[in-house]
Design a binder for this molecule. Structure first.
Ligand code: NAD
Length: 388
C-alpha cells in the first residue's frame, strides 16, 4: 500500500516503516559521528523506549557507550492493511541495527504499569544481561491501571486552583487564539499524580531489587519538564507539574533505600513528541522556541538533548540543582532565550506567527515522528506495512 499521513487532531494514525527506520538511523548517525561516550553503565533498561526521549536514550547508550538494552513500550503491531504505530517500527529498526552492531537489544511490548510486564522484563534481564546498571524511566501515558487494586486512573492536563486563559495555536490552521482552561478538581489532580507521578518508578525499582537484577551502584533517571514561565500556568503549576513534583519525592525515597545516585530526576527541554503535542499551549510555545533556538544556533531535538545528557552531564561529578535534579534544560531556560521568547509571546498573533515563530518546522518535526517528510524516502513506493 501507499502510506500517507492521516492526522486526527494531535495524532497521526498512520506511520511509515521506511521513514521510521530512516529516522532511527539518522539518530544513530548523530551519536556515532560525535564519537564514543565513556560509561561503566552498559546494561540498560529503558522504560518507554520506542519514541521521543526514551528512544533517544536507548540509541545514545547503545551506540555511544556500547550498552546492551532491554526496552519496554506499548505499541501497536501492523495488520494486513493497517500500519503499526511509529514506535513499533522504531523498535524493529533499532533492534536490527543494535544487533548488527553486536549488542543485546530485547524489547518487551506491553503495559509497563502492570505486574505481568515487570515480570516479563525481569525474565528478559535474567536470560540476557543478568543485571541492570542503569534504568531510564521515560513512559508518558494518559492512563494507568494500578496493579494493586485494578483501578484505572486518567490524567487531566489542567491548571490548579483557578482557570487559566492563555494564547494557544491551532497547528492545523495556524490560528492563534485565546483558550480558557478550567481548573482541575481534587480528584483529577490526584489521578494525574497517580498516572504521571513517581509511584510506578518506585514499583519498578522494588520489583527489580526483589528479583536481584539490580547491579551494585545502579543508577536510575526519570525525565521531567519544568519549563518556561510562559507555560507554567498550564504545566508546571498545573496537574502535570504536581505529578512531576511527585518524581522528586520518589527520587528521594529511592535514594534513601539504594544510595545517593540510585535516582535522579532529569529536567529536559521542550521538544516535539507525541506526548507534548497533546498539551494545550505547549505547541504554540514550541513553534516559538524552535525559531528562537535555531536563530541562536542552539536548536536541539530529543537525540541532541539526550546525547548532551550522557556526553556532558553524566560524566565525573554530576552537577545537581537544589532539588537534586540534573539540568539539561539550561539553554532553553537561559535568561537570553527566555527574554526573547517572552518578548515575542506578548506580540504574537495569527498575522505575525510566520515572522516570530516557525510553524512549518514544527509541523515537519511532528510528521517526522511518524516517519513522514524525511529526505531520501520514496513515499510513492508500494510498501507492505508488515514488512520491516
Ligand atoms: P513519547 O510520547 O514520545 O514516548 C512515550 C513512551 O512511553 C513511548 O515509548 C510509549 O510506547 C511509552 N508508553 C506509553 N504508555 C505506556 C505503557 N502503559 N507501558 C509501556 N510503555 C508506555 O513521550 P516523550 O515526550 O518522549 O516523554 C517521555 C518523558 O519525557 C515523559 O516523562 C515526559 O514528561 C518527559 N519530557 C518530555 C518533554 C517534551 O517536550 N516532550 C520535555 C521534558 C520532559
Amino acid at each position: 500500500m501507499i502510506i500517507e499521513p492521516k492526522i486526527r487532531g494531535f495524532i497521526c494514525t498512520t506511520a511509515h516503516p521506511v521513514g521510521c527506520a530512516t529516522n532511527v538511523q539518522r539518530q544513530i548517525d548523530h551519536v556515532v559521528v560525535k564519537g564514543p561516550i565513556p560509561s561503566e553503565r552498559r546494561r540498560v533498561l529503558v522504560l518507554g523506549c520506542s519514541t521521543g526521549y526514551g528512544l533517544a536514550s536507548r540509541i545514545v547508550t547503545t551506540f555511544g557507550s556500547d550498552a546492551d538494552t532491554i526496552g519496554v513500550s506499548f505499541e501497536k503491531p501492523p495488520a494486513e492493511n493497517k500500519t503499526a504505530s511509529a514506535g513499533w517500527y522504531n523498535n524493529r529498526a533499532f533492534e536490527q541495527r543494535a544487533k548488527a552492531a553486536g549488542r543485546v537489544a530485547i524489547t518487551v511490548e506491553g503495559d509497563a504499569f502492570s505486574d505481568a510486564i515487570k515480570a516479563e522484563a525481569i525474565e528478559a534481564i535474567r536470560g540476557s544481561v543478568g543485571q541492570i546498571d542503569l534504568i531510564v524511566y521515560s513512559v508518558a501515558s494518559p492512563v494507568r491501571t494500578d496493579p494493586k487494586d485494578g483501578v484505572t486512573y486518567r490524567s487531566a492536563i489542567k491548571p490548579y486552583g483557578a482557570a487559566v486563559t492563555s494564547k494557544t495555536l491551532n497547528t492545523g490552521t495556524g490560528e492563534v487564539s485565546e483558550i480558557s482552561v478550567e481548573p482541575a478538581s481534587e480528584e483529577e489532580m490526584a489521578s494525574t499524580v497517580k498516572v504521571m507521578g513517581g509511584e510506578d518508578w518506585e514499583l519498578w525499582i522494588k520489583a527489580l531489587s526483589e528479583a536481584g537484577v539490580l547491579a551494585d551502584g545502579f543508577q536510575s533517571l526519570n525525565y521531567t519538564y519544568l519549563g518556561s514561565e510562559l507555560t507554567w500556568p498550564i504545566y508546571h503549576k498545573g496537574t502535570l507539574g504536581m505529578a512531576k513534583a511527585d518524581l522528586d519525592r520518589a527520587a528521594a525515597a529511592i535514594r534513601a533505600a539504594h544510595g545517593e545516585h540510585a535516582a535522579h530526576v532529569v529536567a529536559l527541554k521542550a521538544v516535539v513528541t507525541q506526548a507534548s503535542s497533546a498539551i494545550p499551549v505547549v505547541p504554540l510555545y514550541g513553534t516559538l522556541l524552535i525559531k528562537v533556538e535555531d536563530e541562536m544556533g542552539l536548536g536541539e531535538g530529543p537525540i541532541q538533548q539526550i546525547d548532551r545528557l550522557f556526553r556532558a552531564k553524566l560524566q565525573g561529578d554530576i552537577a545537581l540543582d537544589d532539588a537534586a535534579r540534573i539540568r539539561v534544560d539550561d539553554w532553553e531556560l537561559s535568561e537570553t532565550m527566555q527574554a526573547e521568547l517572552k518578548k515575542r509571546w506578548a506580540e504574537l498573533n495569527t498575522e505575525n506567527l510566520s515572522l516570530l515563530a516557525d510553524l512549518p518546522k514544527y509541523r515537519q518535526e511532528f510528521l517526522k515522528l511518524f516517519g513522514f517528510g524525511i529526505g531520501g524516502v520514496d513515499y510513492s513506493a508500494d510498501v507492505d506495512p508488515r514488512e520491516v
